[in-house]
Structure formats: structure tokens, C-alpha cells
Ligand binder design. Structure first.
Ligand SMILES: Cc1ncc(COP(=O)(O)O)c(C=O)c1O
Length: 405
């Protein structure tokens, strides 16, 4: 039979994941979303679970925008006006007004000259980094950077890649020092928020180090940050790690699919950089962008974020996050300090993590256990993610379920 030997190898790989307890396995299927009712936030119904409503503590929708009536209306209006999909890449048949409007809005929101949209943040990183890397480039990367950064560096094939221990600024500086005189261009790349931990890069220090060394590299030292989890979730006005550290990277990449509640990714930077990406970035040139309706919905979500309502949602998010953190501490659980709505509960044991996730599910709470290789060995955790459309009662229900473990 064709593929039979290959399939045996693949099946063995799946079995070993099962044995190690790291197989992700069957996915929950959400069959209905129930809106906020009384003092409880939205709930979901799952396939095979009947009418039992589940509290979702594992969504990246930090601002609750996916269920916002204005965002839904913007998407509905645009889908009627422009149809369901882009139907071609942009250089072939042009683009739609909602995408251009969203790009202008994003550039303005982040105080940059220009933006370009990709189908996802993963695609944005894969499309951007390799386009900036050549065979005279040194790339310096945090060891806990997201998988898209790791793969983008691989694809870029730099002259040298240096990976520094998580947040270790001395190691970052040493890597730059060693690159002086050897490489023309240096790129420092980091997550803003590290999504498995909820901590963030010391971007102010990274930018300061980059500026110190800038003159010693012929083609500059460029700082690239992927703040997919930070935008709309961190900082007084939701401008993420840049706002929290009062600094600005040379190139900022983020998603439209988490706090903004829609789908897609983007890059903001100087006009020249963005023009260059539109010519040279294969994930932009050869792949469809988001739909016009997604762009219209994301524009509306961004407008809401940058309004009084957005500030209120961010404040609610901070209050709920603090409530969860305080509750975990009271119950004697270990976490990682931070202000971001990713609140990790460190279990440090794969089997116990699985047990705890099952216990929570039995109490109608959805949470995700993370094990190696998603997190480093020995750092098995449950990642709770708070949203502005959760309520204090929701957080208390989660804490009660944890307390009964
Ligand atoms: C740092 C980072 N970049 C990119 C992504 C992927 O975002 P998207 O779903 O838009 O591709 C994630 C999502 O987990 C992320 O944490």
C-alpha cells in the first residue's frame, strides 16, 4: 500500500507523544456561544456535553471584542458590501477599501508611518524576518521566542544566529559585541509578551543596547518585536509592551486575532520598510490577505480600543487579572508575577497538570495544560487567560473549582 511504511513511522511518533503525556489530542468543538447573562460572562456549549455551559479561561480574546455588537455589525455590513473573500493576492487584483483604512488606522494607533496586513501574525513574522535577513546578518533571539520567530530565522538563513537566555540583557549585549566587525547587519528579535508566561521583554533596555551598538554595524542594529499578546492587553491604552516600557521598536508585528477579536496579522514601521515588504515578502506577495469584512471588523475593534470604552475594558481586565492572581496566591498555587491577563499556574508535573485540567473541565471550566516542548521541561503549567468580558463571579467560580482539587 502506498505510504504504509511512512504511516507506521508517523503512528509510532503519535504513540510516543501519548506515552509522554504531551499529545494535544482531540479538540473541543464549540457548538454555541451564550452571551453574558446576569453576573456571569459568556459561556460555550460543547459537542457531546449537552446543555452544560462552560466558562472559557483559555481564549486570547482579552478584550471580549469578538462578541461586541459593533464589531459584529461592522463585519456584517462589509461582507454584504464586498463579499466573503479577497479572491486574489493584492498585487494581482488590487485591494479593498477596508484593508487600506485598517492599515492607516493601525499606523496611526502605533504612531508609525505605515502598516501592511498579513493573513495572520505567524505569516507576518514568516514574511518579514527572512526578507530582512541576508548572508551578512547576525540575528539575536530570546530563547523563549514564539515558534514563528524560530521558524522565520531558520528560513532566513542568517550568517549567524545567537539565542540568549530568557530576558538576559548581558547575554544579548555580549552577542552584539561579538558580532562587531563580523556582520554588516544585526537584528534583535523578541516577543513582546511571552505568551506562555505573561511576562514581557525589557524593550526599553533592548532598544538602548541596540542604539549603543548601532554605529558599529554598517547596516544598523534593528529591533523587531512581535507583541501579538501585548496589543490590547497591556499598557494604560492597550499599546502593549512598547507602552509598558515607554519605548518603540524599529518594527512592530502583532495579530488582529487575539485582543482585537478578529483575525489576521500586521507589521508597522517606516514607509520604506513597509514598501520593501510589499515588494519582497512572499507571505504578502503570494498569499491572500484577510477578508474585507475582517478588516472592517478589526478597524471597528481598534476604534473601540482607542476610546473611553476601550479604557474601561482594559481597566476591567486589570481588576479581574488581579482578582485571579490574588486568589491563586491564597490557595497556595505558584505563578509568574506580571500584570498581563495571561496568568500561569505552575504545576511542574505533566501528569498532575492533566489531572487538574480534567478536574476543571468536570467543574465546567475550560483551561489548557502546557507541557514540553511548548514550555521548557519542568515548567508544566495551566495557562489561564482573563478577558474583559469575564465577571468577578466567573473568576470566583474558577477559584472555587481550583480550591476543590
Ligand atoms: C508571539 C506570537 N506571534 C504570533 C502568534 C500567532 O498569531 P496568529 O494566530 O495571528 O498567527 C502568536 C500566537 O500564539 C504569538 O504568541
Amino acid at each position: 500500500m502506498p505510504f504504509d511504511r511512512l504511516e507506521q513511522v508517523l503512528a509510532r511518533d503519535l504513540e510516543s507523544l501519548e506515552k509522554e503525556g504531551t499529545r494535544k489530542g482531540a479538540e473541543s468543538v464549540i457548538v454555541r456561544v451564550l452571551p453574558t447573562e446576569g453576573d456571569r460572562g459568556p459561556r460555550v456549549l460543547l459537542e457531546g456535553e449537552g446543555d452544560r455551559p462552560f466558562l472559557r479561561m483559555n481564549s486570547n480574546g482579552y478584550l471580549g471584542m469578538a462578541l461586541h455588537p459593533d464589531v459584529i455589525a461592522a463585519e456584517q455590513e462589509a461582507v454584504h458590501e464586498f463579499g466573503t473573500g479577497p479572491q486574489a493576492v493584492r498585487f494581482i487584483s488590487g485591494t479593498f477599501a477596508p484593508l487600506v483604512e485598517l492599515e492607516a488606522r493601525l499606523a496611526d494607533f502605533h504612531g508609525r508611518e505605515a502598516t501592511t496586513i498579513y493573513s495572520s501574525a505567524y505569516a507576518a513574522v514568516m514574511g518579514t524576518l527572512p526578507a530582512l535577513i541576508n548572508d551578512a546578518t547576525l540575528v539575536i533571539s530570546d530563547e523563549l521566542n514564539h515558534n514563528c520567530i524560530v521558524n522565520a530565522i531558520r528560513l532566513g538563513q542568517p550568517a549567524k544566529k545567537r539565542v540568549f537566555p530568557h530576558l538576559d540583557m548581558d547575554a544579548l549585549e555580549a552577542a552584539l559585541e561579538q558580532g562587531v566587525g563580523r556582520y554588516q547587519r544585526a537584528i534583535i528579535v523578541t516577543d513582546g509578551i511571552f505568551s506562555m508566561r505573561g511576562d514581557h521583554a525589557p524593550l526599553d533596555r533592548i532598544v538602548a543596547i541596540a542604539r549603543d551598538y548601532d554605529d558599529r554595524f554598517e547596516e544598523n542594529v534593528c529591533v523587531v518585536v512581535d507583541d501579538s499578546h501585548g496589543i490590547g492587553a497591556l499598557g494604560e491604552t492597550g499599546r502593549g509592551t512598547e507602552e509598558a516600557t515607554a519605548t518603540r521598536a524599529d518594527l512592530l508585528i502583532a495579530t488582529l486575532g487575539k485582543a482585537l477579536g478578529v483575525n489576521g496579522g500586521y507589521v508597522v514601521g517606516s514607509r520604506t520598510l513597509i514598501d520593501f515588504l510589499r515588494e519582497k515578502s512572499p507571505y504578502y506577495v503570494y498569499s491572500n490577505p484577510i477578508t474585507p469584512a475582517e478588516a472592517a471588523a478589526a478597524s471597528r475593534a481598534l476604534e473601540l480600543l482607542d476610546s473611553k470604552e476601550g479604557r474601561n475594558r482594559l481597566e476591567q481586565l486589570r481588576l479581574l487579572t488581579r482578582r485571579l492572581r490574588a486568589g491563586l496566591e491564597k490557595l497556595g498555587f505558584e505563578s509568574i508575577p506580571g500584570e498581563h491577563p495571561v496568568v500561569p499556574l505552575l504545576v511542574r508535573d505533566t501528569a498532575r497538570t492533566t489531572e487538574l485540567v480534567q478536574h476543571l473541565r468536570a467543574h465546567a471550566v475550560l483551561a489548557t495544560g502546557l507541557a514540553y516542548p511548548v514550555v521548557p521541561k519542568g515548567e508544566d503549567e495551566i495557562r489561564f487567560q482573563v478577558s474583559a468580558d469575564h465577571t468577578p463571579t466567573d473568576i470566583d467560580e474558577l477559584l472555587a473549582a481550583l480550591g476543590s482539587f
